[in-house]
Write a protein that binds this ligand. Sequence first.
Ligand code: ADP
Ligand code: MG
Length: 244
Amino acid sequence: MKKAKKIFETAKNEGRTFVLEHEAKDIMKEYDIPIPPYDTAATADDAVKKSKEIGFPVVLKILSKDILHKSDAGGVKVNLKNEEEVRKAFEEIMEGAKEYGKKKGMEVDLSRGVFISNFAEMGTEVIVGVTKDPQFGHALMFGLGGIFVEVLKDVTFRLIPLTKVDAEEMISEIKAAKILEGVRGQEPRDTQALVDIILKVSKMIEENPEINELDCNPTFVYAKGDGALVVDARILIGEAKADH
Ligand code: ADP
Ligand code: MG
C-alpha cells in the first residue's frame, strides 16, 4: 500500500480530519515535491539531537491532533541557531499550547512533541492549494502569498488533473505575475519549479481523492535555477467523524 493511504487510514482511525505535518511531508516526499529536511521529537533532548542531525538553523512546530493552525497556538519558532535556542523554543511551544488549550477550554494532546525542519531561506511566497467542489470535484488554486491572496484575492483555479500548459497559464495569468517575472532589479523567479510542484500536486490529488483540501502555504520560490520549497503543508481529509 502506498504511504499516503496508510497515513489517511491512521488519521481516520484516530478520528482526525487532518494529517499531521510530518505525515503531510511524508506524502509530499512520496510525490517528489521539494521540502526542507525534517524530523519529529517528543522531548527537548530529542529535539536537540534531531536539530543537530538536520543542521542549524532549524524551525520547531507544535505537533498535535488538536492544533491545525500552529501559529495561532504560539506553535511555530523559526531560525533557531543552537542547542540552547532549541531547548527554550521547545519549552515555550509546550507552554503556549497548554495556554491555548486553557483558553479554548480543552485538553491539548502534547504527547507527540514537535516537528523539526531546516530553516529555509525566505523566497517569494506563493500558495498552491486544492479545494473540492461537490459538483465539479477537485480544483487547484495558485497565487502569490500574503496580501495577494488574503486582501487582493489574486488567485487562479483549474480543475484537476492539470496539463503542463494549464500550470504555465496559471502562473502567468495572475495579476501579480510580473513579480515572478522579475521586477525592480529582482531576478526572475524559478517558475519551472512551480510548474513542477503544481503538476506533482495534481497527480497526488488524482491518486488520493480522499483529500478534501490542501494548502502548501507558504511555498517559497527562489531565483531561476534555485528551485522552490514547500515549507508548510496542510492536508484535510473527509468524513473522519462519520466513520465512527
Ligand atoms: P501555520 O500555518 O500552521 O501557522 P507554518 O508551518 O506555515 O504554520 O509556519 C508559520 C510561518 O513560519 C510560515 O508562514 C513561514 O513564514 C515560517 N516557516 C515555517 N516553516 C519554515 C521553514 N521550514 N523555514 C522557514 N520558515 C518557515
Ligand atoms: Mg502555514
